[in-house]
Design a binder for this molecule. Structure first.
Ligand code: ADP
Ligand code: ZN
Length: 606
């Protein structure tokens, strides 16, 4: 039988737990005493002090006891009277003197009163501290186990067996990746079988793919199919303030997983700790290095009989320390790519399961309009569509809901509340139409899908190009055309309003242009003979060392590509300046324009 409950998370023998319990008990006791005091006072109805004075004068009292402000008297008839006085008034003031028959006593409470006041005054505070301690330890909020009371503890989250377990059928598409990891499931289920055959099973596998493609989901599915506990941490969590904390966390995590063997440890964003030493920003960070070393030590130190598989996820296998990729460590890579048309439809179907879709919805159409979307984004589309349906008081989700949600997810939610000046809006309109026209006249460019000058996120406007089919690799001419359309925004602004009116809106465009050009020259060998087909950005190092002379050549080459694209763009826009004006002014009115509406302006051209 597998034991799912981890044995040392959280640690029951921690002295802090006792402290908390004691504090809680003390605080409740103090509050309880306060409550009891009040109920005791209510027992016999107090009488007015004047009445008590009267009884004293009339010699009706046997004894009188004064304790703080409370007066308790026993009548000669045996009855008990209580009353209250002001704190400062003394016996003489109250007229309880000169009657020898009544025994008058004053009880000194200063000692116990102090103690009582102390308890009563501090009870809420103690309770508060106890509660804070309790929640900090329990939920991991406020720094949680990384807080002052437990940095060494790993923050691994284990999978609760009682909840719905993820299965392979929950991971849509990704058929090849599933095949790749399938034997891990079998191994986790029957480790003995493999041991007997002397077969070595990988200790670590690396899931490689862009964010949101279902790497975490896949790791969960492996655990779910094999019915073993799932421990997950994120690499970025290990990057702590204090040296040594990450390492001790790793130790703890592996210890727990081994005790619950067979198990899966999932390390998300492993590149955050597994970066090559000395590479990139933050290189050579002591803490990172220690954490990484600890992971390596743990992986090497598995005794025979422990069945723990470490699944790590990254988008950048090229920057990982080579020590991580050595045999016996993460020596297997499983690639999960962005879903293709078919996979997108399947993913949409998975997330449509618990939703009410109108009969005539066509998920295939949605899939065709979501080129480049990740699984997470597709899930988001479904969710947005459901929200939209609810907002419109529909019982079912329509195709329109789905398509609108695609736009929302692709472009971000509209920011209608932001107010722009008429000039800013006109500028934005020319800018976006400039992108669109430049792209429209490039042979290897994706067609315009939508143009909008409604601000979304940080963008003032947006031109959305959408390929007709999935693109797996880009040719040089495609990349060039992309640069041409990216220049379109700035050049349109310049043509329409002059050099001095250029806005800052083009900074993102310029950044993308530079990136494309640099990659063409330094990575893809798409430069001229002068530089040659050399990869200057390799897996081994962030940047390969090259001579100053080469650096200069690279710069020149990059510059030349960018200028070439700019020239082409300028020619196109100058040639169609009239249309630029007409379409931009129309867009200013309409705010949004579909690809078809845009294409209609060019019926007699091209
Ligand atoms: P990653 O770890 O690669 O960043 P996640 O596994 O966290 O991505 O994916 C986020 C969410 O997106 C998942 O919880 C799931 O709902 C959805 N998702 C991603 N890929 C798929 C897929 N292939 N099939 C179904 N849902 C998916
Ligand atoms: Zn732009």
């Amino acid at each position: 039988m597998k034991k799912i409950a981890p044995k040392n998370l959280p640690n029951k023998n921690n002295p802090f737990n006792y402290l908390i319990i004691i504090a809680l008990l003390g605080a409740t006791a103090a509050l309880f005493m306060q409550g009891e005091l009040e109920t005791a006072l209510k027992k016999n109805e107090p009488i007015a002090i004047s009445e008590l004075q009267q009884k004293f004068q009339n010699n009706e009292l046997e004894s009188l006891e004064i304790k703080d402000q409370k007066l308790t008297a026993t009548g000669k008839d045996g009855q008990t009277y209580t009353s209250f006085k002001e704190p400062s008034s003394n016996l003489a003031d109250l007229g309880f003197t000169g009657n020898e028959d009544t025994k008058v006593s004053v009880v000194d409470t200063s000692g116990s009163k102090l103690w009582m006041n102390f308890l009563l005054g501090f009870a809420p505070l103690i309770l508060l501290i106890a509660l804070i301690l309790f929640f900090v330890r329990k939920s991991g909020s406020m720094g949680g186990e990384s807080g002052p009371f437990g940095f060494g503890k790993s923050r691994a989250k284990i999978y609760d067996k009682t909840k719905h377990r993820t299965k392979f059928e929950d991971v849509a598409g990704a058929e090849e990746a599933k095949e790749d990891v399938f034997e891990l499931v079998d191994f986790l289920k029957n480790p003995k079988k493999y041991e007997k055959a002397g077969a070595k099973i990988p200790k670590g596998i690396l899931l490689v793919g862009p964010p949101g493609t279902g790497k975490t989901l896949m790791a969960r599915a492996i655990a779910g199919e094999a019915n073993v506990p799932f421990f997950s941490v994120s690499g970025s969590e290990f990057v702590e303030m204090f040296v040594g904390v990450g390492a001790s966390r790793v130790r703890d995590l592996f210890k727990t997983a081994k005790r619950n063997s067979p198990a899966i440890i999932f390390i998300d964003e492993i590149d955050a700790i597994g970066k090559q030493r000395g590479a990139g920003p933050g290189g050579g960070h002591d803490e990172r290095e220690q954490t990484l070393n600890q992971i390596l030590t743990e992986m090497d130190g598995f005794e025979a009989g422990t069945t723990v598989i470490i699944v790590a996820a990254t988008n950048r296998p090229d920057i990982l320390d080579k020590a991580l990729l050595r045999p016996g460590r993460f020596d297997r890579q499983v690639h999960i790519d962005l879903p293709d048309m078919n996979a997108r439809e399947k993913i949409l179907k998975v997330h449509a399961k618990n939703k009410q879709l109108e009969k005539d919805t066509k998920l295939k159409e949605v899939a065709s309009k979501t080129v480049g979307f990740s699984g997470a984004e597709l899930e988001n589309v479904m969710n947005e569509a459901a929200i939209r349906a609810v907002k419109n008081r529909q019982k079912t989700i329509t195709q329109e809901d789905l398509l609108q949600s695609v736009e929302k997810v692709a472009m971000g939610p509209e920011r209608k509340s932001r107010k722009f000046t008429e000039k800013e809006r006109r500028m934005t309109s020319y800018h976006e139409v400039g992108h669109a026209i430049a792209g429209h006249f490039c042979e290897n460019h994706d067609p315009v899908h939508k143009i909008s000058i409604v601000s979304r996120g940080r963008a003032l406007g947006l031109t959305w190009f959408l390929p007709n089919e999935d693109v797996y690799s880009k040719t040089k001419s495609r990349l060039m055309d992309e640069m041409v359309s990216l220049h379109g925004g700035r050049i349109a602004e310049r043509l329409a309003f002059g050099e001095n009116e250029l806005t800052t809106g083009a900074s993102n465009d310029l950044e993308r242009i530079s990136n494309i050009a640099r990659n063409m020259v330094m990575r893809f060998g798409m430069a001229s003979d002068k530089v040659g087909p050399v990869n200057f950005i390799s897996k081994e190092y962030e940047a390969k060392p090259h001579s100053d002379e080469t650096a200069r050549l690279i710069d020149e080459e990059v510059r030349q590509l960018i200028d070439e694209a700019e020239d082409r763009c300028e020619k196109i826009l100058k040639q169609h300046e009239k249309l630029l004006k007409i379409i931009s002014e129309d867009l200013l009115e309409k705010e949004n324009m579909t690809g078809e509406e845009f294409a209609a302006y060019f019926k007699n051209e091209k």
